[in-house]
Design a protein around this ligand. Structure first.
Ligand code: ATP
Ligand code: MG
Length: 325
């Protein structure tokens, strides 16, 4: 069976964008692949995190993975920092990555722009991500479209290591999942859980009132027409995308349904669809978050991940000359 690896950062509570663009697809993929879904906490700390909040966000993410339908009997769910081989191979990947390559990454540019005290790790994030993936001989990496560039670098680093040292890494294939979901406030930017503006995203744990308020205050445009046009009506097109995925209705069907109706009616219905879609996940989340089942699943997940990762790390160390004969 081919292997899938993917991760989400506990850099906040995951958004509807993370769910529609990643997590929802993970649930389907686990039936056809041996799957590892990681809580990449070491990536989250490349920007400042409050330690208590980080711990809580990790637990929330684990609970949401499970609540969304990831089956711990099929898939491995684990915390990155509980498998030390990630950081160890991450270092080795930094040693073969070039600064120029890392500076070209748009995520680095976006997250460092205008900031003081940008961490060195924000720059070296992609080699750690390469390590995450390569440790498991991953065949397929399913990610949102914003991660395409990082995945390309992972492939480059795998090929470079294989060429310079020994052919030990599987060069993974990237599968870009659903459409990029955009910010509700600045539709030219993607929706991100670390956005400082809370109104820009819907969190998977937002209550009914908050979801409704955020959708109602989402920016639109002035022509009051519900029509998909990514070039001229970015905001409305994004809302139509969200509505379509959540309801299972084609965008053309939605355009027909809302012909002659204004943004008000459209947003009211979209809010209802979003609330209904999240309701069962939130109910299951609550049970899990408050139980110790999550801890047991994470312990078992880390054990299984370590079993795969440690021998692979040793192979890489052997190839690089880091192991004593
Ligand atoms: P941060 O702002 O901290 O980077 P994020 O919301 O971008 O958080 P990540 O943890 O970086 O989330 O990404 C987790 C997964 O979700 C990745 O596969 C990524 O491609 C996907 N993803 C993130 N944002 C979106 C989005 N707006 N639409 C679709 N997929 C997304
Ligand atoms: Mg991100």
């Amino acid at each position: 069976m081919k292997r899938v690896f993917s991760g989400i950062q506990p850099s906040g509570v995951i958004t509807l964008g993370n769910y529609l663009g990643a997590l929802k697809h993970f649930v389907d993929l686990q039936h056809d692949y041996e799957s590892l879904f990681c809580i990449v906490d070491q990536h989250a700390v490349t920007v400042p995190q409050n330690p208590e909040t980080l711990k809580d966000n990790k637990r929330k993410l684990a609970s949401l993975y499970l609540a969304a339908g990831i089956d711990p009997n099929k898939s491995i769910i684990f915390n990155q920092s509980e498998v030390p081989a990630h950081a160890q191979l991450g270092w080795m990947m930094q040693c073969i990555a070039y600064i120029g390559e890392l500076e070209r990454m748009t995520q680095f540019k976006d997250k460092s722009e205008g900031k003081n005290g940008v961490s060195a790790a924000l720059l070296t994030y992609p080699p750690l991500m390469a390590a995450d993936i390569l440790l498991y001989n991953t065949d397929v990496v399913p990610v949102g479209d914003d991660q395409r560039q990082h995945l390309e670098l992972t492939r480059t680093l795998a090929e470079r290591f294989n060429r310079q040292y020994a052919e030990i890494f599987t060069v993974p294939e990237t599968v870009v999942l659903g459409k990029r979901i955009m910010s509700l406030q600045q539709p030219e930017k993607k929706m991100s859980k670390s956005d400082e503006n809370q109104k820009a995203f819907i969190s998977m744990l937002d209550d009914e009132k908050t979801i409704t308020k955020k959708i109602k205050s989402a920016v639109t445009d002035s022509d009051n027409l519900i029509r998909y046009d990514e070039d001229n009506k970015k905001a409305v097109s994004n809302l139509l995308t969200i509505y379509s995925i959540l309801s299972g209705k084609e965008i053309s069907q939605l355009e027909a349904d809302y012909e002659g109706k204004g943004y008000g009616a459209f947003k009211t219905d979209l809010a209802e669809v979003a609330v209904e879609a999240l309701r069962p996940i939130q109910a299951r989340f609550k049970e899990l978050y408050e139980s110790d089942e999550v801890d047991r699943i994470l312990d078992a997940g880390a054990d299984r991940a370590n079993e795969i990762a440690i021998p692979m790390l040793q192979k890489a160390e052997q190839a690089m000359g880091l192991l004593r004969d």
